[in-house]
Structures are given as structure tokens and as C-alpha cells.
Design a binder for this molecule. Structure first.
Ligand code: SF4
Length: 408
């Protein structure tokens, strides 16, 4: 057995290069800063790389480090900005460079040949933000951006660029769930259905706000659509929840628990270098430190980081310790996502409404399908479950030979 491989860990740095954006999506949590041209400089990025490289090079196991380039709209930067910083990254990470990848999350409205080259040869992955329905991803004029994005998706396909999509679930897109699923199924494109996060100001989401009690049945419907289909696309978070139930009924699989004190898997880095856990983004009370001025080692050991860890552990203790799925589910949803997705009951008590609800739904469906035997607590039909696992493992890039625009 390759011990090195077994011990490999992953970490993501979500890099807010600039908040500047050409769109004004109505739910954007950066809304008030979308006109701000301030950007991370190449020198600041160099310093950040040095601090990150120094921290991970001292560990006695391999770490895969991924930079997720985010905004605003990250492709508003000139492609040269990325080519230069990627060169510097290779130099600074040295021996670690082969473990470093770069992906970009884009609204895909500013594509030209230079940017297509960047997406083809510079980035290792591309995430496209598109809701397809609901009309909330608007330009400054108020016009919907969807037609432009669909045309540009076609250009990605023509250029054989791998991509996945993120669609935000709001009250405006909720009625189109079947159409959204069918679009991605026919296009053979992986996607994540992301519930609405808190906005940038009070009342921003008025008219399309969605509660956990509405998100849960929508995701359960999506589970049913996926199970009824023969598609091999991965739908997050559905695919990871199906994997959780498979683990839950696989006694030979070791339990695992999210241990934030032992390993941070995602850091959010703001334009000014401030570092946050994803769930506490931009709350000045929970800034771990600054990667433009401070070594990551110091940031990881900072009193604020310890406080953030304690808060996450408390959330897990409250919601997860009595949950039957704990150990198959790591508790990560309560530790890191509960605050921004409002996982509370009517009395305001923390409760795992969405994740636990979906897990129960998947479990029920697999029992109904005869895949799980509720009496033995084992998986009955290993062939069926293997095919489910194969589908989850499928990482096919888009194979669509049809135009995205014609799928709507
Ligand atoms: S389903 Fe929810 S409560 Fe249960 S372990 Fe996972 S995050 Fe915790």
C-alpha cells in the first residue's frame, strides 16, 4: 500500500482577487463592493504563496493545495495577471508545485480568445455560475445575463474545456428544478445546487428568499430525479450524501469525524489578505489573521482561529452527537455551513434540517428500492450499489455535442 497516497490531504484557498464585477446578481453577498477596483497585487500574491508554501512544506505528509480564484468576476483581470502569478507560483512552491492546482469560478460573460487560452492552458478547472432560470443574474442594466453565458458555454464545449456549473437555489429558480436537472442531464455536465447565502444587506433577498424548510424538499426531489435517471453526472451535494448513506451501511468502512483543530480544508482569503473560515466570511470578529503579513503557521495558531474552531466544535456537539449518521457524515455541514444556511428550528435552536433530512430521504429510497435491508442493516444488492458508486466516481467532462442555448 502506498502510505504517501493514503496520507495525502487537501486544502483549498478561495482567493478573492478583486470584488469588481460586470454583473449585479441580485443575491450577491459582495453586492456593495462590486464596483471596487482594488485587487490583490502580484507582490501580495507572492507573499501569500511564500507563507502557504512554508507551512505545508514542513508537514510530513503530502498536501494537495488548490487555489480557487474568485471575485467579483476573476476573469475581468487581464489574462497576463494569471500567467504571471502562475509562473511565480511554480517558482515559490518549488518541489511542492506539482501539488498545486488552480481553478476559477466565473460568470462566463467576458470570454475572448485570450481568456479561452487561459482557461484551456492556465487553469486546471473551470466553474461556471449560471442559474438558467429566475432572472436574478443580471447586468448593471437589469438585463438577464443567461443567453450570453449559454453561448459562452458552447464555446467552452467547442474548445474542449472541462467545466462544471453552480446554480443557486432561490424562490425564483425553485419552480424550474426539473428543467434545471434536465438541462444538466442532457448536457452531461456536473453541477452544484447551492442554497442562497446571507446577502450583503438587510432585505436584499426580499421576494426570492428561501428557507431550509423549502430547500429540503427541493433537494429530495433532486435525489429522486437523479435516481430515476441513468445520468452519470455528479450533482452536489446529492452525490456526497448518497456516498454518506453507502458508508452508513458499510460496517467495514471506518467512521470519520470532521476535526477542524487538526486540519482546515478551506480558507477564504479576502482582497486585503484577511483569512477566514468559509462559514464566518468577512466577520471581523473571526478573522484568523492576514496572509499578506503573517505566516500561515502563526495564523493557524492565532487565538481567533482557536475561537472559531471551538465555535464549530460546539455546533457539531449540539447537532451531531445524537445523530445516527455521525461518523458516516463527518459533521462538516453543521461545523461550517450551518450559520450561513440558517439551520435553526422555529425557536432559533441549531438543527441540522437540510443535510439530515436529505440523508433520511436517500436512506428511505434505498430501502424502498431493496438496496438496503433495514433488518440486517446491510446493503443487499452489491451490484446495484456498485453501479451507484461507479456513477458517483464518474468524473466525465462535458461530452455535449449540442448547443447549450438549444437546451433551454
Ligand atoms: S447529518 Fe447533520 S447532524 Fe448528522 S452528523 Fe451530519 S451534519 Fe451532523
Amino acid at each position: 500500500m502506498d502510505v504517501k497516497t493514503e496520507q495525502t490531504r487537501q486544502v483549498q484557498f478561495v482567493i478573492k482577487t478583486s470584488k469588481l464585477c460586470n454583473l449585479r446578481c441580485r443575491y450577491c453577498y459582495e453586492y456593495l463592493e462590486l464596483g471596487d477596483r482594488q485587487a490583490m497585487t502580484l507582490d501580495q500574491l507572492d507573499t501569500m504563496y511564500r507563507h502557504i508554501a512554508s507551512y505545508y512544506s514542513r508537514l510530513d505528509f503530502k498536501t494537495e493545495i488548490q487555489f480557487v480564484w474568485h471575485g467579483g468576476e476573476p476573469l475581468l483581470h487581464s489574462p497576463d495577471y494569471y500567467w504571471q502569478t502562475f509562473d511565480r507560483q511554480q517558482e515559490i512552491f518549488g518541489e511542492l508545485a506539482s501539488s498545486v492546482t488552480n481553478v476559477v469560478q466565473t460568470n462566463l460573460t467576458t470570454l475572448n480568445q485570450e481568456r479561452l487560452n487561459l482557461l484551456t492552458e492556465g487553469f486546471d478547472g473551470v466553474g461556471v455560475s449560471i442559474d438558467l432560470f429566475g432572472g436574478l443574474r443580471t447586468r448593471q442594466t437589469g438585463n438577464d445575463s443567461v443567453v450570453t453565458v449559454l453561448k459562452n458555454i458552447d464555446r467552452l464545449i467547442q474548445n474542449k474545456i472541462k467545466f462544471g456549473c453552480i446554480t443557486v437555489l432561490t424562490k425564483a429558480s425553485l419552480p424550474y428544478l426539473q428543467e434545471i436537472f434536465s438541462f444538466y442531464e442532457k448536457m452531461n455536465v456536473h453541477f452544484r445546487l447551492l442554497p442562497l447565502f446571507d446577502g450583503a444587506f438587510d432585505g436584499q433577498h426580499q421576494g426570492f428568499e428561501i428557507t431550509p424548510a423549502e430547500v429540503l424538499p427541493a433537494l429530495c426531489d433532486l435525489v429522486d430525479m437523479w435516481m430515476a435517471s441513468q445520468t452519470t453526472i455528479s450533482i452536489q451535494p446529492i452525490s456526497e450524501h448518497i456516498a454518506t448513506i453507502i458508508r452508513h451501511y458499510s460496517p467495514e468502512v471506518a467512521t470519520y469525524f470532521y476535526d477542524k483543530a487538526e486540519w482546515e480544508s478551506i480558507y477564504l482569503v479576502n482582497v486585503n489578505g484577511d483569512v477566514f473560515s468559509y462559514g464566518d466570511g468577512y466577520d471581523p470578529n473571526f478573522c484568523h489573521g492576514n496572509l499578506f503579513t503573517t505566516p500561515l503557521e502563526q495564523i493557524a495558531l492565532s487565538p481567533v482561529h482557536r475561537q472559531v474552531i471551538s465555535r464549530a466544535e460546539e455546533r457539531m456537539m449540539t447537532a451531531c452527537s445524537s445523530c445516527k449518521y455521525f461518523g458516516s457524515c463527518s459533521g462538516y455541514p453543521m461545523a461550517e455551513e450551518a450559520i450561513m444556511t440558517h439551520q435553526v428550528d422555529l425557536e432559533g435552536n441549531l438543527q441540522c434540517i437540510v443535510t439530515k433530512g436529505i440523508l433520511e430521504h436517500i436512506e428511505m429510497r434505498l430501502i424502498q428500492a431493496g438496496v438496503i435491508d433495514p433488518l440486517t442493516g446491510r446493503i443487499n444488492d452489491l451490484d446495484v450499489i456498485q453501479s451507484q458508486i461507479d456513477r458517483l466516481r464518474e468524473t466525465s467532462s462535458p461530452q455535449a455535442d449540442d448547443a447549450a442555448l438549444s437546451r433551454i
